[in-house]
Structures are given as C-alpha cells and as structure tokens.
Design a protein around this ligand. Structure first.
Ligand code: ADP
Ligand code: MG
Length: 619
C-alpha cells in the first residue's frame, strides 16, 4: 500500500492511509503491512530486527506498563504484576476459566461467576480487553515509528473457533488501542492468504492449516472456492504447544542434575534459568545435533535423538487431532491439496516430518511460521484497501442459531456450518388475543429444547397494536456480519413496530464446549425427537383447548346443556393427557375434542351465513 495522493485543492501530497495486519497471539504478537512497491507482505521489526512482541504486559507499582521482551524478563521476579496468555481470557467469564485458574500465576477476580473476568494487579483491576489493548498499542506505536504515519486501521486475526464474544472482545481491544478494526479474520485463513492460496479466482483447493504455537495447538481444514474461504472443521488442544516441549526438557535435566521439583519451586530464578535454557536447547536442536550448556555452573546436555523421544507423545496428540478434524470435515488425508505450517513450534524438524507423513505430502513452510498469520492479515488489509484482486473471505458458524418458540422449542434460523456473512428471517405470530408484546430469546446450540442450548440474548418487541391471536406478523431477522457478530431484529409487519439487538454474549464458549454441545446433540438426538413431538402435540392441544374455551364463552346459546357437559368432559380428558405427557394420548384426545366441537362451529357458521344472507341480496 502506501499510495501517494495529491490533493488538487491544496496541492499538498497526502499519504494514503495504511491498513495494518495484526496477529494478536497467545505467546507472541506482531504487526505487518503490504509494501506498495513490491506488493509483498512484510513484518515490521524493532531495531534489533525482532518482529515478535511477546504478548506480555508488566505493571509497575504506579500502574505504568511495559510490553513485550522487557515484560517477559520480569515474568519470574514479579509473577503477580506480569500478565501473559491474556488471549485465553478474552470474552470469558470466571466460570469459563475456573478450571484453568491454576495455569495463571496472576490474580483473576472471581466476583460474579457469569461476569467477564477481571485481572487484579496491585489495587487496580483490568479486563482482558484492556490488557490486549496494551499489546495492540505497542504494535501500533512500532508501526508508526517505522512508517512515520499515523496508523488507525487494522485487520486482526483470531483462532477459527473464537465465538461471537471472543471476536467482539478482540474488536473492542482494537478500538481501545485507537484502531478501527476493519475486519476480524481467522488465523488459518490468514496463513493460507499469506501463501497466496486462494488469491487467484479459479483456485479450488482444500487446505489443512497446522498451527503449533507456544501454548496452543489448532488444526483447521479449509476450502477455497472462487476466492471464498470456508472453514470445514477445527480441532486442537488449548493446552499443547512449545511450552510443553520446554517442560519435558526441564524434567529431563532435573533427572540429569538431580534438582528436585521442590528446589525449582523454592528457587524461582533457578526455575526460570531451567526454562530459558530449555527453550534455547530446543531452538538450537532445530539445526544442530547436540546441545550443551550450563545452569549455575552445572553442565546440561541434550541430543536431538533424546529430544525427539521426549516430544513424541506431544506430537502424537497433534496427529490425533488432525485425524479428528479430517473425520469432522468428512475427508481423507489424500484429499488435502495443501498443508500450511503455522506457529514457532513447527520449526522443530520432527514436527514437520510427522505432519508430512500423516498427510502424505510436502508442507508449506517456506515462510516464517511465527510471522505467517500476521503477513496474511496484511494481505487481507491490502485487499480491503482495494489494492488487491476482488476476494471474499467466508467463514462458517460453529453452532446453530435460533429463537425460542412455543413450548421451549428451538427454532433454528441459521444452521450450524452456515457461511458468514449470512441473513435469515422467519415470520411468527401471537398466541393470545390482544397480545401487545413478544419476547424474542436468542439461542445457540444443536438441541431441540432451548433449555439444553445456550442463551445469547433476549429482548421484548413491545407496542404491537391489539389484534386477535394469530393475526400479527412478526418477522424475526438474523444477520451475521463478516466478523461473525450477530444482529437480531424483530418487526411487526402490519404496524411496523420494530426492535433490534446486537448480540454480545456475556461470556464465551471454549472449543471444548462447542464440541460438547455438538456431541450432546448427537447422543440426545433420539430423546430430542421424542420431546419435540410431545411439545408440538401439547402446543396444538393447548390451542385447541383455548379455542374451545373461547367458543363456549361466546356461543353458549348454540349448545344444549348436555353438549356443554360432554365438551367439558373431553376438555378435561385432554388436560389429563397433557399432564400425563403422553404424546399419543394427547393426539387422540385433541382429535376427539375436535370431532365433538366441529358440529358446533358449523352451527355457528351456518347461522352467521343465514344472518348475512338475510341482510344481503344473494345472486
Ligand atoms: P503463539 O501463536 O502461541 O503466539 P508462536 O507461533 O509465536 O506462538 O510460537 C511460539 C513458540 O514457538 C514458542 O514455544 C517458541 O519456543 C517456539 N519456537 C520458536 N522458534 C523455534 C524453533 N526454532 N524451534 C522450536 N521452537 C521454536
Ligand atoms: Mg499464533
């Protein structure tokens, strides 16, 4: 980018605004741009030539912040003031993260279980959004320093499994850092873009993106068709990455040196040295056969062969996840056209080799695996700036979205795995005469009853003018924008009364939860069908009862006392059937009541017709 524009009125030269691409990572973050001259994406580096900014924020006692490498150095000395892995907390409530609380050395506040988490540092409280904004500000500052222009627009990447809440939180963090976030895109999509996959119109490919970072592992299967990306499946492990490799080395050296867990626990600086040296050894063994070093004058060593043995179980776990994601996508390994390697840990030769073997083909690894996501975000930014060929990015919804209808049933408007952006609408009506309001409850999930799904939002459509039941026409529309954020609106079409809501759920779902919800829907499918049948029968029966009751009040004069008694009897039988929750019985009793009452209705209609004919000339 970086086109030059001349203002014809003032004659001044204006630098067209640059849109940056940002990889806001769990371990490392970085910022990239596409250069106008070469059209190649590049990562922006500091004076030491480092592109990666560790995603770590340190607070001193006055609340001043440092971000990146200087903060990383304080990780051990001041654990409660040095915040890492904040990405794990984005869009999460305390309840969401409580089982992982042991992972964090800093203080996560547990005030209200459904509220978003806060982190306490000293006597101040910070949200994950604020903490992420410090990292984004640092990246923005770096870009402004290097490019000498102000940066206000960005594309930020998130994992493919991030839900609405997590995407919204990321967007908010951008805004807080003074960035207009033009697009949130999926990390695997960005990585594919960086390699130019899908940038040509005719490209039709299936891509596997294998992303092994510092603390997380993600495998995503995507297809690209006419420049449109679709995520077919995602899988992975939110606690598996390079840190685990480091830990196995530490364990191995503990045996070598006889240093106990207790000693490491009590001497934090010794533990830190073990960890730093272990990471160094790992990186060294990427290109060498043997590592030799010292910790506190004690020699430690590691051969590549031994290292490979140590990490084999970790790699095996990633391969199992690959198998699962292929299965979910309904594909075989040989149907994958390209395998893209992402994340610093994919530099480990055994990782590459294992992935190559599993998919049975060469992998894309020519770019820096820890930069490739940011580079792809920059490519996307370039597309948005209009500097690139027409391209569309498409993702899919991980779970179905719908609203609650009669009897607590889930009525799906946008099924799971639908492409986004997406729009869907359906018309509903009232159940009671003169009903002036309608509650719209939005749910996410695969089960037939809303109580088994997750509520995202709720609002009331009020001010519907008085009409008989069934007459109002309430159109409910779901709109998911390109960032995967849902907007729900309801309009009563006869009166034009309308109401809408942006869904920013209170807390997010982890990918395990999404998986669990999908699994639940499979295991409960049979029960759900039964329940749905009963609910539908009951709803119909209830309507039948309501109509009959109304009829009895309004048109008693058409019925004999005996008829009223029989009708009441049948109504009671139907109520009993409903209470017994027996679907077949409910159906039968509804039918009987219908049989019994139909002649009365005919009588009324006949009479009305006679009245009408009396008043009018019939031709
Ligand atoms: P994230 O996506 O989680 O922010 P990165 O993609 O930046 O993380 O990966 C960070 C991890 O990559 C760290 O565990 C780091 O030790 C590891 N790493 C970086 N370079 C190498 C290398 N040459 N060999 C092995 N691991 C490496
Ligand atoms: Mg990453």
């Amino acid at each position: 980018m970086g086109k030059v524009a001349i203002n014809l009125v003032t004659g001044s030269i204006q630098q067209e605004e640059i849109i940056v691409g940002i990889d806001l990572g769990t371990t490392n973050s970085l910022i990239a741009i596409v250069r106008g001259d070469s059209h190649e994406p590049i990562a922006l580096k500091d004076i030491d030539g480092l592109a990666l900014v560790p995603s770590i924020v340190h607070f001193d006692e006055y609340g001043n912040t440092t971000v990146g490498n200087p903060a990383k150095e304080l990780l051990v000395a001041q654990p409660e003031r040095t915040i890492y892995s904040v990405k794990r907390l984005m869009g999460k409530s305390y309840r969401d993260v409580s089982k992982d609380a042991g992972f964090f050395a800093y203080h996560i506040i547990d005030d209200n279980t459904d509220a978003l988490v806060k982190i306490q540092v000293g006597d101040k409280f910070y949200s994950p959004i604020e903490l992420s904004s410090y990292i984004l500000k640092e990246l923005k500052k770096r870009a402004e320093h290097i490019l000498k222009v102000s940066i206000t627009k960005a594309v930020i990447t998130v994992p493919a499994y991030f839900n609405d809440a997590q995407r919204q939180a990321t967007r908010d963090a951008g805004r807080l850092a003074g960035l207009d976030v033009l697009r949130i895109i999926n990390e695997p999509t960005a990585a594919s873009l960086a390699y130019g996959l899908g940038t040509k119109h005719a490209d039709e490919r299936t891509i596997a993106v294998y992303d092994l970072g510092g603390g997380t592992f993600d495998i995503s299967i995507l297809t690209i068709n006419n420049g449109i990306f679709e995520v077919l499946s995602t899988n992975g492990d939110t606690y598996l990455g390079g840190d685990d490799m480091d830990n196995t080395i530490v364990k191995y050296w503990q045996e070598q040196t006889g240093i106990t867990d207790n000693e490491l626990h009590n001497f934090k600086s010794l533990a830190q040295q073990f960890r730093v040296k272990a990471e160094q050894a790992k990186v060294h063994l990427t290109t060498n056969e043997v590592y030799q070093g010292t910790i506190d004058d004690t020699p430690v060593s590691l051969t590549k062969e031994q290292f490979n043995k140590l990490i084999q179980p970790l790699i095996d776990r990633t391969i199992t996840a690959c198998q699962n994601s292929l299965r979910d996508a309904g594909l075989k390994a040989e149907q994958i056209d390209a395998v893209v390697m992402v994340g610093g840990s994919t530099r480990v030769p055994l990782v590459k080799e294992s992935v190559r073997q599993f998919f049975g083909k060469e992998v894309f690894d020519s770019m820096n695996p820890d930069e490739v996501v940011a580079l792809g975000a920059a490519v996307q930014a370039d597309i948005l700036a209009g500097n690139n060929t027409e391209m569309l990015l498409l993702d899919v919804t991980p779970l179905s979205l719908g609203i609650e209808t009669m009897g607590g049933l889930m009525d799906v408007l946008i099924p799971r795995n639908s492409k986004i952006p997406n729009k869907a609408g359906r018309q509903y009506t009232t159940q009671k005469d003169g009903q002036s309001g309608m509650r719209i409850s939005v749910f996410q999930g695969e089960r037939d009853l809303v109580q088994d799904n997750r509520k995202l939002a709720e609002f009331n459509l009020t001010g519907i003018p008085g009409m008989p039941a069934g007459l109002p026409n309430v159109e409910v529309t779901f709109l998911i924008d390109a960032d995967g954020i849902l907007k729900v609106s309801a309009t009563e079409l006869r009166s034009g009364v309308a109401q809408s809501i942006d869904v920013k759920p209170q807390y997010g779902l982890t990918d395990e939860e999404v998986e669990k919800m999908l699994l639940d829907s499979l295991t409960h499918a049979k029960d759900d069908i039964k329940v749905r049948a009963l609910v539908e029968a009951t709803t119909e029966a209830q309507q039948m009862l309501d109509t009959t009751e109304k009829f009895l009040v309004k048109h008693k004069e058409f019925l004999t006392a005996e008829e009223v008694a029989t009708t009441n009897e049948h109504m009671q039988q139907l109520r009993d059937a409903i209470a017994a929750k027996d679907k077949d019985l409910v159906h039968k009793a509804t039918e009987t009541l219908n049989e019994v009452s139909r002649p009365y209705a005919e009588r009324v209609m006949d009479s009305a017709l006679k009245d009408a004919m009396r008043g009018k000339k019939v031709i």
